[in-house]
Ligand binder design. Structure first.
Ligand code: PGA
Length: 249
């Protein structure tokens, strides 16, 4: 059975004091048992968030990591460093990393390899630009992102891989994919995984949708048969809107 997951991707938002305020409020909330709830604060707040949520069923994830375990990579953070804090989940391949930090499929595949070797859970992001959708190239493009980024992994690694489909044109724009567009792509992703590995692996992988998910549209998206939750940016920064999304299944 695949998991329902809602992950808040805070991006470069919330300093230490704001993180603390969020956590105090979050810990007062009753969480639905069947949903895995995660937050991904900035690196600087991971230690605090992890310790604060130690007795709490919310998972703390990192937004990125380097593909090497250590070395001369000024400004970077490794899987081993994350694990030393207790952080065992990492988002890899967010479209902002791909577009603004030149993370190619090749680099992302290295990152996935390192994360899996360190027994971490990977939330691997894929998504097309508007132009690619207009040219009706979106299904193929996502297939190649999967093939080049995660299909080097053995089938056994897939118990620790989550896919997040985030159409780039829907991120931070207020424009969401329709539930039908999300379902079409999620079903496609599952089929591609089934063809590469097996039906059972494809059935068990959680596929999250991301891109302007808000309290007022989360339900109709999460209700699609192949959508198992969301990767939430803007609406994850306030506990109230985040909780509405967590409860939208
Ligand atoms: P958004 O961001 O919800 O603000 O569109 C989603 C994401 O980038 O993960």
């Amino acid at each position: 059975m695949r998991k329902k997951i809602v992950t808040g991707n805070w991006k470069m938002n919330h300093d230490l004091a704001q993180t603390e305020m969020f956590l105090v409020d979050l810990k007062k909330q009753v969480l639905p048992e069947e949903v895995t709830v995660m937050i991904a604060p900035a690196f600087t707040n991971l230690n605090h968030a992890f310790n604060s949520l130690r007795e709490h069923p919310v998972t703390v994830a990192a937004q990125n990591m380097h593909q090497n375990n250590n070395g001369a990579f000024t400004g970077e953070v490794s899987a081993e460093m994350l694990k030393s804090l207790g952080v065992e989940t990492v988002i890899i391949g967010h479209s902002e990393r791909r577009a603004q930090f030149n993370e190619t499929n090749e680099i992302l595949s290295e990152k996935v390899k390192t994360a899996i070797a360190n027994k971490m859970t990977v939330i691997f992001c894929v998504g097309e630009e508007l132009e690619e959708r207009k040219q009706n190239n979106h299904l193929k493009l996502i297939e190649s992102q999967l093939t080049e980024g995660v299909f080097q992994q053995p089938e056994t690694a897939w118990k620790n891989i989550v896919i997040a489909y985030e159409p780039v044109w829907a991120i931070g724009t207020g424009e969401t994919a329709t539930p039908q567009q999300a379902q079409e792509m999620h079903q496609h992703i599952r089929t591609v995984i089934a063809n590469k590995y097996s039906k059972s692996t494809a059935n068990d992988v959680s596929i999250l949708y991301g891109g302007s998910v808000k309290p007022n549209n989360a339900s109709e998206i999460f209700n699609q048969p192949d959508v198992d939750g969301g990767l939430i940016g803007g609406a994850s920064l306030e506990v109230e809107s985040f909780m509405k999304i967590v409860n939208a299944f």
